[in-house]
Design a binder for this molecule. Structure first.
Ligand SMILES: *Cc1c(COP(=O)(O)O)cnc(C)c1O
Length: 403
């Protein structure tokens, strides 16, 4: 079957809540994927950083297959022999005290909202139903009603109200704005260390350190959403390490399974999760043995195969390659580790057409908003593959300028 067949099926029977590039993928290995017609592409999106370990990593496959044959789901009505070891390993790796497993990123965010609200009422002494959580403009934390309610992206929220109250929105990158937004009812500040969906927006140096200080001074829970920045993407295990801080709660997801399975987790450094009692929160699939076995393998290969170090090295190399491209279309190249963006001037006519051209040259990436091309390959990318990618990106951004 050719691509048109599959595209036709999707368009006919599926809801149109996405606008994918028209490439129908069938197979993947490492940084490479193949479409149904056998064409090969370098994946520079990694499923929005869920496939940090590379496609179909053999050790994660082995863990999945082995566990799938033994036991997949017990619910949390009973215990299973993968959950405890997963807790221990993720806590040791991230120096966390406690962990709460969920499935999607959005569920981890929802979990945190519940936990910090209850913490506010029971520990901080905020009057019931008056807790406030501060978030940032241009945030991306997921797609549930509560979460899109505090989004500032119009397509994400318009026509989906009414929304959950209790959120205050401040500019990203301004510690002063945080200071001013705090009231006695503030329980938490929820922020991405680097805003991914907004277009890889890196805050000013020292921002997180200052934020950490402000939260401590005001007895506010600092929640870092590391669902995209975490697990090696920026060249550190967690992006918070760049400023030498520790959050109170960190959210991870995406690459926690290496792209095999929806798994997310709330990691706690402070006794916030302790406020949740039996019956107050849960998920049928959260913490299931299959998920835990997969996550254990995914974390293990990330560390043992030095993918985090590679992300730092190859990230610098990729960034310097992209920075050396001379094109009047490029407004800015920025990034940290392998979380990279090439922002074009609006006159370039939008990033999507360049993503399409790159696709025809065998490189898959995705625009974010109008003018930014996001580049985030699996962390196993090699130097020659970076060279290969830079060459193609350069040709696309320089031939266009001539025409
Ligand atoms: C992807 C993402 C989420 C949502 O994760 P889902 O698994 O899609 O629900 C939340 N926060 C950040 C920063 C993300 O990148």
């Amino acid at each position: 079957m050719d691509q048109e067949y599959y595209i036709g099926l999707e368009n006919t029977f599926g809801a149109h809540n996405y606008e994918p590039l028209d490439v129908v993928l069938q197979r993947g290995q490492g940084v490479w994927v193949w479409d149904v017609e056998g064409n090969k592409y370098l994946d520079c999106l990694s499923a929005y950083s869920a496939v940090n370990q590379g496609h179909c990593h053999p050790k994660i496959i082995a863990a999945l297959v082995e566990q799938a044959k033994k036991l997949t789901l017990t619910s949390r009505a009973f215990r299973n022999d993968q959950l405890g070891p997963f807790y221990k390993e993720i806590c040791e790796l991230t120096s966390s005290h406690k962990v709460l497993p969920m499935n999607s990123g959005a569920e981890a965010v929802e979990t945190v909202i519940k936990a910090v609200r209850k913490w506010g009422y029971q520990v901080k002494g905020v009057p019931r139903d008056e807790a406030e959580i501060i978030v940032c403009e241009n945030n991306f934390h997921g797609r549930t009603i509560t979460i899109v309610g505090f989004s500032t992206d119009q397509p994400s929220r318009a026509d989906f109200g009414p929304f959950t109250p209790g959120f205050k929105i401040i500019p990203f990158g301004s510690a002063e704005a945080l200071r001013q937004a705090i009231t006695p009812n503030t329980v938490a500040f929820l922020v991405e260390p680097i805003q991914g969906e907004a277009g890889v927006i890196i805050p000013p140096a020292g921002y997180l350190k200052e934020v950490r200080k402000i939260c401590t001074e005001n007895n506010i829970v600092l929640v870092l959403d590391e669902i995209q920045t975490g697990l090696g993407r920026t060249g550190k295990l967690l992006a918070e390490e760049y400023e030498g801080i520790e959050s109170d709660l960190s959210l991870i997801g995406k690459a926690l399974s290496g792209g095999f399975y929806p798994i997310s987790a709330v990691l706690s450094n402070k006794e916030v999760l302790g406020v949740l009692r039996p019956g107050e929160h849960g998920s049928t699939f959260g913490g299931n043995p299959l998920a835990c076995a997969i996550a254990r393998a995914a974390i293990k290969v990330l560390v043992e195969e030095n993918m985090i170090e590679n992300a730092a090295l190859m990230g610098d190399y990729f960034l310097s390659g992209l920075s050396s491209i001379k094109s009047p279309l490029i407004k800015e190249v920025r990034g940290r580790g392998l979380m990279i963006a090439v922002e074009l001037f609006p006159e370039a006519g939008g990033a999507r057409k360049f993503c399409k051209k790159l696709m025809s040259k065998g490189l898959l990436c995705k625009e974010t908003h109008e003018n930014t091309i996001r580049i985030s390959p699996p962390l196993v990318i090699k130097k020659e593959e970076v060279d290969w990618a830079v060459e193609r990106i350069e040709s696309v951004l320089t031939t266009e300028a001539d025409s």
